[in-house]
Ligand binder design. Structure first.
Ligand code: UD1
Length: 427
């Protein structure tokens, strides 16, 4: 196991490029299963979640290879429609293979993904919407067995909540279904639009992605295309948070400012200056933050739950009181415990947390609780007095590409090393 050792870092400065979006890349990789021939996915981030998706694709019979930052997937040779339990469990979003497998093979054998660190994460909405396409589903003994009688049938489906994953599965099921399908109350996240853009380039007929009503006209066949994954809006905001707490000025290129605009208010409230240009964002901070006000996580274009944890770190070192309400996942405040170990003053009551800013956090040994919680601890380590050690990097590696290298290029002082126990064992 490895850990990050972070020294207090002052005045981050410089220019970086945003990584491609994890949450776009994963459904696009799953989508290659319904595409015949080669798909070239540019700006696909090098992450353990992407590696998990590659393992699933290879298991299904696809040929997959990296060509620099592009992942080339040839899905002509798909020859099975099941995903074994160990591969399903490696990555929560493996459930997004359900729609593509049904579209390609008319059947799918998966195991239930189960809950995770941030909540129960049921898949009832995925199952309900896929059933509407004429799929028979049997669940039991931790398995999900799905079978369509011939081709999927188009349908109208209404999501009771605009779930990102359920919208993706419905859209993916609809692409090769007979007739025109409509998804009401669909999620409006930019990653949904990116998936639709990829599929449309492959020959799909999807309109309305990015709105609450998506219309998909079924087509007979999809063929491979080249596509560039959108910038990772959560990582961009996370780097902005790093600069906010340390002070300094950083410019991030390969940015879509519209996608990150739901997080702007936090930076503006805290007294940072943001400059958005066509393809970049610059943040300037004097390192002395004001409270972030009241932040409520909501489906896009509301404040993203994935940026809740890093924004909590900003609130921890602000001069006053902030409130965060987590409306999307039921147990997404686990990072608060670790921040408290670093001297933060946080009270959590159900889905609400109240944060009294302290003058300075203090370095401590902390454990990353989930992907975004882990990145929040890195943000905290950058502004904490002394040294912070962040353990359990497997979460961070799921979503942050070259996190410590990128921060070091901006003047941060972070090193990645083996945890002492393992060092001991090796010598
Ligand atoms: C995606 C993102 C994740 C982000 C989340 C919300 C990916 C790979 N992951 O996750 O980073 O935090 O959107 O923006 O894109 N729900 C149900 N039943 C279902 C499905 C969801 O009750 O069948 C609930 C969830 O438990 C959660 C809420 O709906 O409370 C939102 O989940 P959803 O939008 O589906 O998130 P994911 O697609 O899993």
């Amino acid at each position: 196991m490895e850990q990050l050792v972070i020294e207090k870092s002052k005045n981050l400065r410089g220019e970086i490029d945003s990584q491609g979006s994890k949450n776009s890349a994963l459904p696009i990789l799953a989508a290659t299963v319904i595409v015949r021939g080669k798909s070239v996915i540019h700006k696909c981030p090098h992450l353990t979640d992407v590696e998990a998706a590659i393992k699933i694709l290879r298991y299904l019979g696809c040929k997959v290879e990296w060509q620099d930052d592009a992942l080339v997937v040839d899905s002509e040779t798909v020859n099975r429609c099941d995903i074994p339990e160990d591969l399903m469990h490696e990555m929560r979003s493996s459930i997004v293979f359900l729609g593509p497998l049904l579209g390609r093979c008319g059947k799918a054998e998966l195991s239930a993904p189960g809950g995770c660190e941030i909540g129960l994460r049921p898949i009832d909405l995925h199952i309900k919407s896929v059933k509407r396409f004429g799929v028979e589903i049997n669940e039991g003994f931790g398995k999900i067995s799905c079978r369509a009688n011939g081709k999927l049938k188009s349908c109208e489906t209404v999501l009771s909540f605009p779930s990102v994953g359920a919208t993706e599965n419905a859209m993916l099921s609809a692409c090769l279904a007979e007739g025109t399908s409509v998804i009401f109350n669909s999620a409006r996240e930019p990653e949904i639009e990116d998936l639709a853009d990829f599929l449309n380039k492959c020959g799909a007929k999807i309109s309305g992605a990015g709105t609450g009503k998506i219309v998909v006209e079924g087509v007979k066949r999809l063929s491979g295309c080249e596509h560039t994954v959108i910038p990772d809006r959560i990582m961009i905001s996370t780097y902005l948070a790093c600069c906010a707490v340390t002070g300094g000025e950083i410019k991030i290129n390969n940015v879509c400012c519209d996608h990150i605009s739901p997080t702007f208010n936090v930076f503006v409230q805290s007294g940072c200056e943001l400059i958005c240009r066509q393809n970049s964002v610059t943040v300037k901070s004097n390192g002395e933050l004001k409270p972030i006000g009241t932040v409520r996580t909501m489906p896009y274009p509301g404040f993203p739950t994935d940026f809740q944890a890093p924004s909590m770190t900003m609130a921890c070192v602000a001069n006053g009181t902030s409130v965060i309400v987590e409306n999307i996942f039921e147990s997404r405040f686990k990072h608060a415990c670790e921040l408290i170990r670093m001297g933060a003053n946080i009270k959590v009551e159900g889905r609400v947390s109240v944060i009294e800013g302290v003058k300075e956090l203090t370095g401590a040994n902390v454990t990353s609780t989930d992907l975004r919680g882990g990145s929040a601890l890195v943000v905290a380590g950058l502004c904490a007095q002394g040294q912070t050690v962040v353990r359990n990097l497997s979460h961070i590696d799921r979503g942050c590409e070259k996190f410590s290298e990128t921060l070091n290029s901006l003047g941060a002082r972070i090193r990645r090393e083996q945890t002492p126990d393992e060092k001991g064992q090796k010598t």
